[in-house]
Design a protein around this ligand. Structure first.
Ligand code: NDP
Ligand code: 8X3
Length: 254
């Protein structure tokens, strides 16, 4: 029986949810974090029933500066010694040229994708240092490697994730804490529904005519990164659909 625990942010949907299922299927215990408590509660119930692991969930908005402290308090109260922090919570809001950008959308992406990741990492890193072990995996994006038209602020947040991953790895080197990044291309999740604010037709059209990655594909990769021998760190994995060669170059069949 594996006695490891993963904290997964953004676990109520998409990549985070698939990671929760994948890690639990391999015997990991979980701490699930997101804003939608009902979804977390249901997922926790399903996973506990199916895989007989311990699943805690915490309703948390990672954009709140005290969210990291709340998470660590929760770990202390529940006596959880985490092995992994998966910084997955994130979103795109809108897709507009810079001159037409919605400032509220910008704030939301910066607060979630950059500050949220920082709050979680700032709070959990001392726990890992104290334990003498731990691993942080950040979910980046192809958008953190290549800019694309109208991507501006989302692109900037994912470039920030790339830079932070590299710098955090240096900061945590003296303590033997591993820091990795998994950076996907197009994955069919709730991502595009969120980006286009519930416009189902527009969201679906993102994946028209080609096979995107599934959340389970990314969960496979994250699980691999988290389970290499302790002396091995996967710094960075870029994972694309076969039909996608770059952020904007997709081979569509129709
Ligand atoms: P989903 O929209 O399906 O999932 C996003 C998750 O993030 C949800 O669980 C959501 O939960 C959570 N979340 C959003 N805001 C907050 C917040 N303020 N506090 C806590 N949780 C939050 O999208 P994906 O699974 O696709 O996205 C996961 C990550 O993958 C993101 O970082 C995204 O940028 C990245 N990514 C996605 C790609 C794609 O094509 N789908 C490609 C490359 C990277 P809730 O709403 O309940 O809070
Ligand atoms: C999500 C992938 O290309 O829509 O990060 O930005 S993309």
């Amino acid at each position: 029986m594996i006695n490891k625990t993963a904290i997964i942010t953004g676990a109520s949907s998409g990549i985070g949810k698939s990671c929760a299922q994948r890690f639990a299927s391999e015997g990991w215990n979980l701490v699930l974090v997101a804003r939608r408590g009902e979804k977390l509660a249901q997922l926790a119930r399903e996973i506990e029933t199916e895989y007989k692991v311990s699943v805690f969930y915490l309703v948390l908005d990672v954009t709140t500066p005290i969210s990291g402290d709340e998470l660590v308090q929760f770990l202390e109260v529940k006596k959880i010694a985490p092995d992994l922090l998966l910084n997955n919570a994130g979103l795109a809001a809108g897709l507009s040229p810079i001159q037409q950008g919605d400032v509220d959308d910008w704030e939301l992406m910066i607060d979630t994708n950059i500050k949220g990741l920082l709050y979680m990492s700032r709070a959990v890193s001392p726990v890992f240092i104290q334990q003498g072990s731990g691993h942080i995996i950040n979910i980046g994006s192809i958008a953190g490697r290549e800019a694309y038209p109208n991507g501006n602020v989302y692109v900037a947040t994912k470039f920030a994730v790339d830079g932070l991953t590299k710098s955090m790895r240096m900061d945590l080197l003296p303590y033997g804490i591993r820091v990795s990044q998994v950076a996907p291309g197009a994955v069919e999740t709730e991502f595009s529904m969120v980006r286009f604010k519930g416009d189902e037709k527009r969201a679906k059209s993102v994946y028209d005519g080609f096979q995107p990655l599934s959340a389970a594909d990314i969960a496979d990769a994250v699980f691999y990164v988290a389970n290499t021998p302790k002396h091995v760190n996967i710094n960075d994995l870029v994972i694309m659909p076969t039909a996608q060669a770059s952020a904007t170059l997709i081979k569509r069949e129709n």
